[in-house]
Design a protein around this ligand. Structure first.
Ligand SMILES: Cc1cc2nc3c(=O)[nH]c(=O)nc-3n(C[C@H](O)[C@H](O)[C@H](O)COP(=O)(O)O)c2cc1C
Length: 191
């Protein structure tokens, strides 16, 4: 099983990066983080049918298409989704990679009230994109800073690690179920 992760923070010592790293370390799945820093600004003029997508866009689409599940991790900026992550999602609206794909949304904030706005917005955007947002795989993690070690870039708080373990188990279970449910071609059908 393959999971691809997207992080809405580009910061080297990102607490969301720590959440991402620890969450992926708690699964047996092969995991990779998709680069979104180099994506051009979304432009519908570059996204019409038959257009050759810019190379970073093609790479992102391939990474999501090849994955069995997607982990979206993000901070909240000004009660919204960071532009870099929304930009990445906009490049994936017209292509079919997210259709029915099991997705976990993890948001993390130093705020005691968490990143509730960005969390809700991400889930709504992904739902609109026909992703399979797995409720049990989603968490909004509040007061995250002291629960991470910026030097190792990992989560250190045992309760948060347990939350992540549960969330990732729900994501991989949904991906396994989706793989079982996927129609297998008949032997006499051309592949
Ligand atoms: C431009 C900007 C806007 C922010 N707005 C919010 C906000 O609306 N809500 C919130 O909880 N935190 C907000 N923060 C604080 C971030 O949650 C905090 O910087 C967090 O550590 C960013 O995630 P990262 O550690 O993964 O980079 C904001 C930070 C920046 C730089």
């Amino acid at each position: 099983m393959k999971i691809v992760a997207l992080n809405g923070s580009l910061r080297a010592r990102s607490t969301n990066g720590a959440v991402l790293r620890s969450a992926l370390a708690l699964t047996d799945a092969a995991a990779a983080t998709a680069g979104i820093r180099e994506l051009p600004h979304f432009d519908p003029d570059l996204d019409h049918q038959g257009a050759t997508p810019p190379a970073p866009v093609a790479a992102l689409r391939r990474a999501v298409a090849d994955a069995d599940a997607v982990l979206v991790v993000s901070p909240e900026y000004a009660h919204g989704v960071p532009g870099v992550l929304k930009n990445a999602l906009d490049w994936l609206v017209s292509s079919a990679e997210f259709l029915g794909k099991p997705v976990a949304v993890l948001t993390a904030s130093p705020s005691p009230t968490g990143a509730e706005h960005a969390h809700a917005q991400l889930r709504e955007t992904l739902r609109m994109m026909s992703a399979d947002v797995v409720p049990d795989a989603c968490r909004d993690l509040a007061a995250i800073a002291p629960k991470t070690d910026p030097d190792t870039g990992t989560v250190t708080d045992p309760d948060t690690l347990q939350e992540l373990r549960t969330a990732m188990a729900a994501l991989t279970a949904a991906a396994a179920a989706a793989a079982t449910a996927a129609p297998t071609p008949h032997a006499d059908q051309p592949q």
